[in-house]
Ligand binder design. Structure first.
Ligand code: FAD
Length: 472
């Protein structure tokens, strides 16, 4: 028997969009509930996305460094260094369990009611909860509903995922052995991060990308430089490759692709094929049809600038709607959506959402690319500084990459910042701050940065827009 419940706000989905919205709502005094059907909070990001991938990236990098760099750093290792894959995976799983459990504690701390189950609309004011595990069966009436149901991997027509030999990112995060040959369809961030992990553990990695550049959306110069350093690390790239077939035959996967330049069909074999061609909004089981939500052709829930669907009291945030599919974007929207409910105003600056690829070196950017500015007819100047000339990068023996600023030609206001380098993902936060406050590159260059730090390269690159760098 379903119990009848009533809340001020019901959040559907406990990912970074949903759980942040729920905590914020409770902090602002709303009687708040969040429903999640996965059995664990944190969504894609904590369970099968950002967090497990970064655990594998960090530890595979450490392994690679120990294997290949210890000698040059004067560290002698006696005996073999090898990967214990089950323990390597345990380390990742532990972090995931700690972080997802942490959100459950935060829900308790702030008084968010957690429904373990799958939500589906009965009508626009009532949501049915079909319980899992020890969850309760309930029908929830809520004054406001926030849909934060996230996304799923986009399937590749004709290629069947078995999460064993033909995998999505989820299967690729939990392989039970290191594949000799890993082929990846899609040279976007997820594909390249997974390629980095397994290449460091010993796989021969081949990336098939339909476009003529990798890193979807990166500044052109950065994309080329990224392909170069990944190639140096052993990854192989086939650009302009249109995959036409991917089938499992026993323990191998046979792949065919058309080289779009020559028109020739090529074939190759893999032990594991990763399909990483993007993600699409996930609304399965939500019964959105029952209330006639507007959904556009790519499956995104149509919303206005206040995240409202066609109903004033039903909002949608995160991967399920428009914008870059990033955890921090979903979180910002979670806060803003709740603030709209509370005070009628909220804010997300979509021109200032950083993107990071956690390869080594990392690739990070915020603001506009040269290509975007050219297309918009905006005149700009570029300032660059290489990490090879940065003292801290030198001491760390980690000198690949550069900082690149793009500034307005006349005012030198920062328009974009693109970094390849150690810790680029942390450093890009400073560029975001500059962008938000409308800083010029000279403003940045006149701020004292500590020595010796990687951030001096950031200051020097900014200084290179209006003058010459000192150390290069
Ligand atoms: P999700 O995190 O997808 O959460 C939605 C939740 O809703 C899910 O847990 C789902 O079970 C639940 N749900 C759905 N329908 C229902 C229902 N009817 N009832 C109850 N619950 C429901 N982003 C970054 O910013 N940085 C990264 O480094 C990064 N790395 C990534 C690596 C990988 C391999 C992948 C796949 C993604 C990565 N992302 C990264 C993207 C990031 O995970 C997503 O942008 C983010 O999780 C979106 O948050 P969300 O809250 O909108 O949705």
């Amino acid at each position: 028997e379903a119990s009848q419940k009533k809340h001020d706000i019901l959040v559907i989905g406990g990912g970074p969009g949903g759980y942040v919205a729920a905590i914020k709502a409770a902090q602002l005094g709303f009687d708040t509930a969040c429903v999640e059907k996965r059995g664990r909070l944190g969504g894609t990001c904590l369970n099968v996305g950002c967090i497990p991938s970064k655990a594998l990236l960090n530890n595979s990098h450490l392994f690679h460094q120990i294997q290949h760099e210890s000698k040059s750093r004067g560290i002698d290792i006696k005996g073999d260094v090898s990967i214990n894959l089950p323990k390597f995976m345990d380390a990742k799983d532990k972090v995931v369990a700690q972080l997802t459990g942490g959100i459950e504690m935060l829900f308790k701390k702030y008084g968010v009611k957690y429904y373990k189950g799958a939500a589906s609309f009965v009508d626009e004011h009532h949501v049915n909860i079909d319980p899992i595990e020890d969850g309760e069966k309930a029908v929830v009436k809520a004054d406001n509903i926030i849909i934060a149901t996230g996304s799923e991997a986009t399937p590749f027509p004709g290629i069947e995922i078995d999460e064993e030999r033909i995998v999505s990112s989820t299967g690729c995060l939990s392989l039970s052995e290191v594949p000799k040959r890993l082929v990846i369809i899609g040279g976007g961030i997820i594909g390249l991060e997974m390629g980095s992990v397994w290449s460091r553990l010993g796989s021969q990695v081949t990336v098939l990308e339909f476009q003529n550049a990798i890193g979807a959306g990166m500044d052109g110069e950065v994309s080329k430089a990224t392909q170069k350093f990944l190639t140096k690390q052993g990854l192989k790239f086939k650009l302009g490759a249109k995959v036409t077939k991917g089938v499992r035959e026993g323990e191998v996967v046979k792949i065919e692709y058309e080289d779009t330049k020559s028109g020739k069909t090529e074939s190759l074999e893999a032990d594991v094929l990763l399909v990483a061609v993007g993600r699409r909004p996930y609304l399965k089981g939500l019964n959105a049809e029952a209330i006639g939500l507007d959904i556009e052709k790519r499956g995104r829930v149509v919303i206005d600038s206040q995240f409202k669907t066609k109903f004033d009291h039903i909002r949608c945030i995160g991967d399920a709607t428009f914008g870059p599919m990033l955890a921090h974007k979903a979180e910002e929207e979670g806060i803003a959506a709740v603030e709209y409910i509370k005070n009628g105003h909220g804010h997300v600056n979509y021109a200032n959402i950083p993107a990071v690829m956690y390869s080594h070196p990392e690739v990070a950017w915020v603001g506009q690319t040269e290509e975007q500015l050219k297309e918009a007819g905006i005149k700009y100047k570029v300032g660059k500084f290489p990490f090879i000339a940065n003292s801290r990068a030198k001491t760390n023996m980690d000198t690949e990459g550069f900082v690149k600023f793009i500034a307005d030609a006349e005012t030198e206001r920062v328009l974009g910042c693109h970094i390849i380098g150690p810790n680029a993902g942390e450093m890009i936060a400073e560029a975001g701050l500059a962008l938000e406050y409308g800083a010029s590159t000279e403003d940045i260059a006149r701020v004292c940065h500590a020595h010796p730090t990687l951030s001096e390269a950031f200051k020097e690159a900014a200084g290179s827009v209006f003058g010459k760098p000192i150390n290069f």
